[in-house]
Design a protein around this ligand. Structure first.
Ligand SMILES: Cc1cc2nc3c(=O)[nH]c(=O)nc-3n(C[C@H](O)[C@H](O)[C@H](O)COP(=O)(O)OP(=O)(O)OC[C@H]3O[C@@H](n4cnc5c(N)ncnc54)[C@H](O)[C@@H]3O)c2cc1C
Length: 311
């Protein structure tokens, strides 16, 4: 199918993009990588009269590692962020999750910010924004504002980014020294949207866990974080107590998530996956947490996910 007719706008600056969005009002839609929007237009699930194509806008393609953040501009493609060694060193869970996003062709074009604004809870990066306590920066008619991930995600495919606002960047938080991360998911085929996915961050101090959290893909209505401290704080990874604590974590995760049944998997199967993936991810994450002990202060969480896809 082909999209309904639309007027194509190609602003060169953020100011110009905001001006066009103001003129066209609710009949306008921002076009970034087009990997979600174009299929929607082609299937005529939406028929905006104006597309505001931001691909020529200056100043939106930077990845910047700052003190507490990895800042990612609106035109940074998934693949560029995945390949950024600087971003990986500062926040390893980004690459760990990104290698699971679709296929390379889609990651070459799709933007990480677009994926977050699209707010699909089957997407990996909304969950990673939540896991890292991230922030979204937006510009609109009233100027610049930023909002925490908790206030940004309102529902499935619904965010607080208004129709006349442009998300100019997202900032992923970095973790404290001694933190390991992991991201694991299960999909029917490599590159498919996940049946279930889990990102975790675990901080180990003096041999025992001092903080742990998890976030979820395809398992909740909006991105959410589960605090695992009650189950893991003070526990030594790999000990007998650790195995029991992981049982309790898996049970807490199964109680926390709210998966739905569809033609790909039942809710019960997804719930089982959620508990098991969290258990495995935590064990992976603690390995990196141990190895970051004693390194210069930087990220707090890190781990090599299910193995980076070499594609
Ligand atoms: C076959 C296929 C498989 C996929 N599999 C996965 C997957 O496994 N995991 C996954 O996470 N994603 C997957 N995707 C989606 C992909 O990650 C998209 O790139 C991403 O969801 C949207 O980014 P985009 O830059 O393409 O945004 P677009 O498609 O251009 O836009 C998406 C929406 O966000 C809005 N928008 C985009 N950028 C901005 C901005 N800066 N400010 C305000 N609004 C904005 C648009 O108006 C639109 O409503 C898949 C896509 C395809 C086609």
């Amino acid at each position: 199918m082909k999209p309904a007719p639309f007027v194509h706008h190609a602003p060169r600056s953020v100011e110009e993009a905001i001006a066009v969005l103001g003129e066209v009002g609710h009949d306008g839609k921002i076009l970034a990588g087009g990997q979600s929007l174009i299929p929607i237009l082609n299937m005529r699930l939406a028929s905006p009269g104006h597309l505001v194509d931001i691909n020529r806008v200056d100043g939106l393609s930077d990845i910047t590692v700052e003190d507490g953040w990895v800042r990612v501009g609106a035109l940074v493609r998934h693949r560029a962020l995945e390949r950024s060694d600087e971003a990986h060193a500062a926040q390893p869970v980004l690459r760990q999750a990104l290698v699971n996003v679709a296929h390379p062709a889609i990651r070459n074009r799709g933007t990480t910010v677009g994926s977050i604004v699209h707010a699909d809870t089957a997407g990996e990066m909304p969950a990673i924004l939540a896991l890292t306590n991230g922030v979204v920066e937006m510009v609109g008619q009233a100027g610049r504002r930023e909002t925490s991930w908790e206030d940004f995600f309102l529902g499935a495919l619904e965010s607080s980014c208004g129709p006349q606002e442009l998300a100019v960047a997202v900032r992923f938080g970095r973790f404290v020294e001694g933190t390991g991360t992991a991201f694991l998911e299960s999909a029917r085929r490599s590159g498919d949207y996940a049946l279930a996915g889990v990102g975790v961050a675990v901080t180990v101090t003096d041999g025992t866990v001092s903080g742990a959290r998890a976030s979820f893909v395809s398992l909740t209505d909006v991105p959410s974080v589960l605090d695992l401290d009650p189950h893991l704080t003070g526990v030594e990874p790999g000990s007998g107590e650790w195995a029991l604590a992981l049982d309790a974590v898996a049970e807490a995760v199964r109680a926390h998530v709210e998966p739905e049944s569809d033609l790909h998997a039942s809710a019960e199967y997804r719930r089982m996956l959620a508990g098991e993936l969290t258990r495995r991810a935590l064990t992976q994450a603690t390995r990196t947490a141990h190895s970051t002990q004693g390194q210069p202060a930087r990220t707090a969480h890190s781990t090599e996910g299910r193995g980076e896809r070499d594609d």
